[in-house]
Design a protein. Sequence first.
Lengths: 237, 110
Amino acid sequence: MTTKKEILKYAFIQTLPVLFGYLFMGIAFGILLEEAGYNFFWAFFISLTVYSGSMQFVLIGMLGGGMGIISMIVLTFSVQCRHIFYGLSFIEKFKAMGKRGWYMIFSLTDETYSLLCGMKIPEELDKKKVFLAVAVLDQSYWVIGCTLGGIMGSLIGFDTTGIDFAMTALFVVIFIEQWYSFHSHLPALVGIGCGTASLLVFGPGAFILPALIGSVCLLLLLKNTIVKEEDSQEVCQ
Amino acid sequence: MSSGFITPFSVIMLVAGCTFAIRSMPFALFGGGKEVPPIITALGEMLPPAVIAILVVYCLKSVSLVTAPHGLPEFIAVGIVAILHIWKRNNLLSIGGGTLVYMVLVQIVF
């Protein structure tokens, strides 16, 4: 049996890259949320319950009101749908973790997923405990970052105008990563096309839903072309 | 029927609930070792780049090209994020650098 300390130490080292990323993005989120009129309690609460990088940024826009419930549900499902496929790689492993498996499902973010996929856990460490430690550490970095950002947002003396661009930059970065990881650029282009067209037709207030529906339809039509372009690579393992 | 007033708290709970529902979906649907329908797998692969592209458009939706400064700060800053990221592939550098440039542009330059 290994000690808790060894497991925690191993998990901490593994999660270091996520530590910096989550603190930074969390702080940006906390500041933006504070700017939108919600103090650090809200940042703490949201990072504890929603716990999702990109979705939390989109959520700030939803809090302002003006979006219908159906639109919110559809938008959340669309932004988060990639998570469906993360879970597929861990069905048996999380099941074996019993009640803790529920937390693993809840906390399976992009970053935690990539860590869990990539880790070469030494034989002598209990794999399940390492999984849990990684998941808990990652979320604690995120909660600390978001809360800290909320506190900083209320204290900062300098002009924070334009800091909301962090969200745009985040999506541009993810866009480029997706562009590289896909052989076919059609899905990305379909998104840009449908997004822009829908914005022009329906205006800034109501363009997301039509853009998403349009994209899904176009992608299904183009499915055979895209699948042909895509090498049959296995994700994770 | 109007959608009525939705409190921030219920919006958060709704988003949290949907997020958890999505994350637990594969366990609920395919926990028994059932095959994943090909159409779901295909959509799951193709949809994320499209959604992210729409979200980029979403972030820039309020930029006006016809009134000054004609979206210049946004285009310059997006360009810098892209260049930094293609060059170094470092998330923090790209996001931090781009945001800093954007803040300088909207506060001082334009």
